[in-house]
Design a protein around this ligand. Sequence first.
Ligand SMILES: C[S@@+](CC[C@H](N)C(=O)[O-])C[C@H]1O[C@@H](n2cnc3c(N)ncnc32)[C@H](O)[C@@H]1O
Length: 250
Amino acid sequence: MRPLDLIADLRSKDKPSLANSSNNNKTFYGIDDPRGLLLSFVFAPVYLYATVKGKHDFWDHTLSALPDSTFHGSSLDMGCGRGLVLVKVAARKRSLHRTGPEMIRPEDCLTYGIDIFNSSDQSGNSPGALYANVKGLNLVDTVVAHRASFTDPLPFSDNYFSLVTASLSLHNVSSTSRKTAIREACRVCKPGGTIVILDLLGYVADYEAEIKDQGWIEVERRFAGFGVVFGSWPTQVLRAIKPGVQTLQA
Ligand SMILES: C[S@@+](CC[C@H](N)C(=O)[O-])C[C@H]1O[C@@H](n2cnc3c(N)ncnc32)[C@H](O)[C@@H]1O
């Protein structure tokens, strides 16, 4: 395993460059693949809606449909970018910890993100922009972000996360690398844990096949909704539960 290029343990004093970050409560998540927006021509308004509103609504709805137990452990967002999914997961954990069972300790339920912070995949993408959003929502103590690529073995041990997410990130790499990423997501997810992937139509069926090849049985793929159509390109969502003796779905 390659040593980690740790850029943003957001809990430590070793903060990332804050050139793009601000200290107020405003959060902003940029535009996904700005070139895609330009190439959408007449469908540009549909694309814009998906990237600034539809994706938020999709993840709010999707995360709220998961059982509370999914959030009683550490989670990983693969290709977190400016943190849209990361902060939603961390905020859900925070609200559950306020009302949930006392034995669930926030320090055992950290929200991890990895990214290479490619600004052509999301406008303004940077560790500083991620930090600004996490700080704007007072989630700094619960989030850990690494600069790492999901095309490499993930820097986490087997069966570690109760939830692994990826939002519009995996399609950016080659077919071989996408397979590596899916296999790694399966490896780091704990038995009974859940993987949720949102991605463009045409990619998600391959993720489903790869996950089933790993012996997972509870795997569901469907149209993600009209709110997350990027121009003329629809998206699909995949939800899968890792088989095993320990179940988190009760
Ligand atoms: C369209 S953005 C989506 C960001 C975020 N998941 C969201 O939904 O707002 C795609 C993200 O994937 C990241 N990415 C692309 N290739 C990656 C790789 N090999 N490893 C990690 N992240 C990657 C990009 O840097 C970018 O942040």
